[in-house]
Design a binder for this molecule. Sequence first.
Ligand code: SAH
Length: 213
Amino acid sequence: MREKIDFKDLRKKMVAQQIMARGISDKKVLEAFGKVPRENFINEDSYSDAYDDRPLPIGYGQTISQPYIVALMTESLELEGDETVLEIGTGSGYQTAILAEIVKQIYSIEIVIPLYERAKKILSSYKNILMAGRDGYFGWKEYSPFDRIIVTAAPEEIPPPLIDQLKNDGIMIVPSGPTGWNQVLLKITKKNGKLSTTKICDVAFVPLTRRHD
Ligand code: SAH
């Protein structure tokens, strides 16, 4: 099954038709998408859909995001390459790998333990990824503050610990709002301790869940 699919060709087409064609132009972002094998991050029975222009189920009620959305969020982080990034919602680990190709160090937290364990295996070749399996609401104080924060599940309101852990001059990309509709992708910047928020676009993400233990 896997052997019969020309993933390299599909990947090239994805970059051209789904990502560049929609206006993503950051070279570092395009290069990362050209490198990371998306098929490694999805379930075997969806291999032939790996490069489809849509999110795909990854089990446990979660999804791997649409390639364009991953690209848009990555470009919106305005990365130079020397940043430390906190990611909340590892999921498949695909976004994590894309970021690891670009930045110095990424810290990624996933609340669904089997997903955390699966992503940890898939991402084991990257030396600049540190992962934790727990509720990401509280961020990762030990390694804070972060140059960038990316949240890949939607909270109804931005968790205050994440705001606290964003460096001055830092950028946070986060979807926000109730599940299913009325969600917006936000870019939050911190300057001299003050926040400013701009809307990037409308989106549909899985909710940021909480664990009370
Ligand atoms: N970028 C990922 C998106 C996965 S979906 C990808 O493309 O694969 C969002 C993920 O956030 C899910 O795996 C979900 O389990 C996780 N999540 C939800 N609430 C969370 C929380 N409070 N802390 C950490 N992860 C959370």
